[in-house]
Design a protein around this ligand. Structure first.
Ligand SMILES: [Zn+2]
Ligand SMILES: [Zn+2]
Length: 91
């Protein structure tokens, strides 16, 4: 189960998200569970390598209320609770 401020990434498309609001659902991308990023060194490498802000794209699960902010946006489809997450945009 995801917790707020944890970072998850997709091993298939490399999409990376930060959990803004945790829910009971499992984050899925490209048909498989997203992996929790735990190593600080790994994170540091990535943030310095990809300095491209994505404009605060947020996805929400209508089922469990889980909310994630996309750090690295790809074409991968984010799912939670067996359904596509809804895209929101904050300015
Ligand atoms: Zn959910
Ligand atoms: Zn993916």
């Amino acid at each position: 189960m995801a917790k707020a401020e944890q970072t998850y990434f997709c091993e298939v498309c490399r999409q990376k998200v930060v959990v803004v609001k945790d829910g009971f659902g499992v984050l899925v991308c490209c048909g498989q569970e997203m992996k929790l990023v735990t190593e600080k060194g790994m994170m540091a490498t990535w943030t310095s390598a990809h300095r491209k802000p994505t404009g605060g794209v947020v996805y929400v699960c209508k089922e469990c209320g889980q909310k994630v902010s996309v750090v690295e946006e790809t074409t991968g489809i984010l799912e939670c609770c067996g359904q596509r997450m809804q895209r929101e945009s904050y300015k």
